[in-house]
Design a protein around this ligand. Structure first.
Ligand code: ADP
Ligand code: ZN
Length: 292
């Protein structure tokens, strides 16, 4: 059986066709321009395929409340042509098939929980550290969404004693995204993040922020495993520094068998950067099964 997957990002849209095993059979990417120019391409692509359902993982914020009049809308995004846009409704009306809808990072969390490094676990979180920072929370066999959806990339952190950078988030000078996203690293050091590999201080400061955030998530959500993905986490030297710092900051307060094996607790994404699109396939599968 074939399913469609749409990873709707602020800079590009990834469109794919996959099957019930999460295998991607074809995939293409188009730039995110305006709804008027981008959405018809998406609809034409999926219309020609024999898909039974579609899953969308979208940039946001988005309205995920099925009882709301604006369910499926992109709401207050700074990308103005997409603000208050009925993404789900427009696509669903054109394709006339079940369409699952969630945040892009929840999609990645679901992809990893279904086919990747958190498969089979009761709970897990997926943190993406890229252009922005987002956290997807998987718990009790589903994705956690509250009144809106978690925006745990904006939790407030303590500044590193040697960091005098003021952050990039327009809302918070010292939130996680403000201090540790790719653009934040690049603005602090005046260099592309992928060219900073040898800069030990850059990654020590980065790991300090990631570890603080992880400690907050361990203390509040208590996930069975934590996956770190996104462009910045291609700097693999971050992993051991983060694990060490998390252990230090927890200071022995939480004692579980998972935390005794940090290498197996804080892990990279396992799906070769396909976790988002594979998660969208699972969103489609779940939406179809809800409707039968
Ligand atoms: P997005 O968040 O836009 O979906 P990515 O997860 O690829 O996309 O994140 C892009 C960000 O990650 C950029 O800000 C870039 O600086 C950073 N980045 C990409 N590749 C690397 C790398 N190899 N090392 C460090 N940072 C990287
Ligand atoms: Zn913020």
């Amino acid at each position: 059986m074939l399913f469609g997957a749409l990873e709707a990002g602020g800079t590009k849209m990834v469109l794919a066709i996959g099957n019930e095993n999460g295998e991607i059979l074809e995939q293409k990417s188009i730039p995110t321009e305006t709804p008027d120019s981008t959405i018809p391409i998406i609809i034409d692509y999926f219309k020609e395929k024999d898909i039974k359902a579609l899953g969308i993982g979208s940039f946001g914020p988005i309205d995920l409340n099925r009882n709301s009049e604006t369910y499926g809308y992109i709401t207050s995004t700074p990308k103005l042509s997409w603000a208050n846009y009925d993404l789900l409704g427009t696509i669903k009306r054109a394709l006339n098939i079940p369409v699952g809808f969630n945040t892009d990072v929840n999609g990645s969390a679901l992809g990893e929980a279904t086919w990747g490094s958190t498969k089979g676990l009761e709970s897990s979180i997926y943190i993406t550290i890229g252009t922005g920072i987002g956290v997807g929370i998987y718990q009790n066999g589903g994705l956690l969404n509250g009144m809106l959806h978690p925006e745990a990339g904006h939790i407030l952190l303590s500044k590193h004693p040697e960091d005098d950078f003021n952050g990039v988030c327009p809302y918070h000078s010292n939130c996680f995204e403000s201090l540790a996203s790719g653009p934040s690293i690049e603005k602090r050091w005046g260099k592309k993040a992928n060219l900073l590999t040898e800069n030990v201080k850059a990654w020590e400061i980065e790991a300090y922020y990631i570890a603080q955030a992880i400690v907050a998530y361990i203390l509040t959500i208590s996930p069975h495993r934590i996956v770190l993905g996104g462009g910045v986490m291609h700097q693999e030297q971050l992993f051991p520094i983060i694990r060490k710092k998390v252990t230090e900051l927890l200071n022995g307060y939480v004692n579980t068998e998972q935390l005794e094996n940090m290498d197996n607790y804080i892990v990279p994404a396992a799906l070769q950067d396909n976790q988002g699109i594979m998660g969208c396939i699972q969103l489609a599968i779940l939406e179809l099964s809800n409707q039968i």
